[in-house]
Ligand binder design. Structure first.
Ligand code: GAR
Length: 212
């Protein structure tokens, strides 16, 4: 059976979707390890409850390049022990360095809470016309701030330039009158929980991405 490593920073609902899909057989893969840079990350107890190895690997200093490089090396070493076929960033909020990416070429995917195009373009084509691309860590807030009619979720391969890798799956989410960052993010996450296990299965099967 194929093996997945999951990196997470948040409440871990996307990890839970993967654990559930693996348990029901909807995803024909085993989650081998979950790693977080935050000891209080909700994903770690979810992993332990499912009998999956959970590793808390705190990052001492985000801004010191030497500390950051050592961290990525250590993270890659730990993951290698678990021999993953695929590494899934499921709400992972640290940017991974090229030295980390080079250890797992073409084998890292990310779930992003907005619509991304294939590549580095600044616009994305949607059912509501062309919209500016939202990259970075605050895309739910940004979608509301810009008054977009829709946003969405994207699962894509991770490349050196953040949030630009080939898209595996992407789907739109409507923005409703009265939405807050929380209500919109919850709606996006419900979509992510559906997309991510499917995209993981596709990546494990070697599917490079979908036409949109
Ligand atoms: C998800 O919405 C995911 O798309 C986002 O963090 C959330 C994690 O939720 N990821 C990013 O913003 C990465 N740039 P979860 O901890 O409940 O799975």
């Amino acid at each position: 059976m194929k093996r997945i490593a999951v990196l997470a920073s948040g409440s871990g609902t996307n990890l839970q979707a993967l654990l559930d899909a693996s348990c029901t057989g909807a995803l024909n893969a085993e989650i081998a390890v979950v790693v977080s840079h935050r000891g209080d990350c909700g994903a770690l107890p979810r992993a332990l409850a499912a009998g999956v190895a959970a590793v808390s690997l705190p990052l001492a200093d985000l801004r010191d390049p030497a500390v950051r490089a050592a961290y990525d090396r250590q993270l890659a070493d730990i993951l290698t022990v678990f021999a993953p076929d695929l590494i899934v960033l499921a709400g992972w909020m640290l940017i991974l360095s090229p030295l980390f990416l080079d250890r797992f070429p073409g084998r890292i995917i990310n779930v992003h809470p907005a619509l991304l195009p294939d590549g580095v373009g600044a616009e994305v084509f949607t059912s509501q016309g062309t919209l500016p691309v939202l990259r970075g860590p605050r895309t739910v807030r940004d979608a509301l701030r810009h008054g977009f009619p829709i946003t969405g979720a994207t699962v894509h391969y991770v490349t050196i330039t953040v949030d630009t890798g080939p898209v595996i799956l992407r789907e739109e989410v409507p923005i409703l009158a009265g939405d807050t960052e929380q209500t919109l993010h919850e709606r996006i996450k419900r979509l992510e929980h559906r997309l991510l296990p499917r995209a993981v299965g596709m990546a494990l099967a070697g599917v490079p991405g979908e036409e949109h």
